[in-house]
Design a protein. Structure first.
Length: 199
C-alpha cells in the first residue's frame, strides 16, 4: 500500500479550496453562531496529549455549553467514568476542538481554540441540576468558528435512519474484554443506574 507523506503530493490531489470555506471562519462567537450553539445539547470535545488524541462526547438536557462572552465557552464536566483522559490532556496541552450538533440539522458547528480547567465556585455555581454542580468547568477560549459543509450528514442520513437494531451493547463490549462480566445484568439495569448519576 502506498501512503501520502508529502504535503505537495496531498495538495496535488485537490482543487483550490471553495472560497466560502475560507471566508466563513470567524474569530468570535457572532450572534448567529451564539444562537446555534445555544441550541446544541450535544458536542464532541477533541483534545491532544502525550499519549495521543481523545474525542469525548458531552451532552446535557439544555445547552451543552454556557456562552460566557463572544470568545469564551464554559463546558461543565458532569459525572462520567472518571478516566479523565480529556481533562489530563487539557492540563498538559490546551489545544481543543469542539463539534456541536443539533438533531435534525445538517449543519455542524466547529470551534477551535484553547482550554483550561477551573473549580472556581463562581463558574461551577452557574450550573445546577437538582442541587448538584460539576466538580470543574472547561473554559474554552475560542480562536476560530465555522459551520461545516453539510454533505457528510446528508450522505449518512444521520437524522433520518435508525441503525441501532442489532448493534452490540455496552455490556457485550465489556464482556468481550472480561468474559465473566454480567453483560445482560449490566444492560438491563443501566438505565436505572444512570438515572441518578447524570449530574
Amino acid at each position: 500500500m502506498e501512503y501520502i507523506d508529502d504535503i505537495a503530493a496531498l495538495e496535488a490531489l485537490f482543487d483550490d479550496p471553495v472560497p466560502a470555506s475560507l471566508t466563513k471562519v470567524t474569530p468570535v462567537i457572532t450572534p448567529l453562531y451564539r444562537s446555534w450553539i445555544a441550541a446544541s445539547r450535544f458536542c464532541i470535545l477533541s483534545t491532544v496529549g502525550p499519549e495521543g488524541t481523545d474525542g469525548s462526547p458531552r451532552g446535557d438536557n439544555g445547552p451543552v455549553v454556557h456562552i460566557a462572552d463572544e470568545r469564551t465557552l464554559w463546558l461543565p464536566d458532569w459525572r462520567g467514568n472518571n478516566r479523565i483522559d480529556t481533562l489530563r490532556n487539557i492540563v498538559r496541552d490546551g489545544r481543543v476542538s469542539v463539534m456541536f450538533l443539533v438533531p435534525g440539522s445538517n449543519n455542524v458547528i466547529r470551534v477551535n481554540g484553547r482550554a483550561r480547567l477551573t473549580t472556581d465556585a463562581g463558574v461551577t455555581g452557574q450550573f445546577e441540576r437538582g442541587g448538584k454542580h460539576p466538580k470543574l468547568v472547561i473554559v474554552i477560549a475560542a480562536e476560530e468558528l465555522y459551520y461545516q459543509c453539510a454533505k457528510a450528514v446528508i450522505r449518512s442520513g444521520l437524522w433520518s435512519r435508525d441503525d441501532a437494531e442489532g448493534l452490540p451493547t455496552a455490556g457485550q463490549f465489556a464482556k468481550e474484554m472480561v468474559p465473566e462480566f454480567d453483560a445482560e445484568g449490566y444492560d438491563s439495569g443501566y438505565a436505572e443506574y444512570a438515572r441518578g448519576r447524570l449530574w
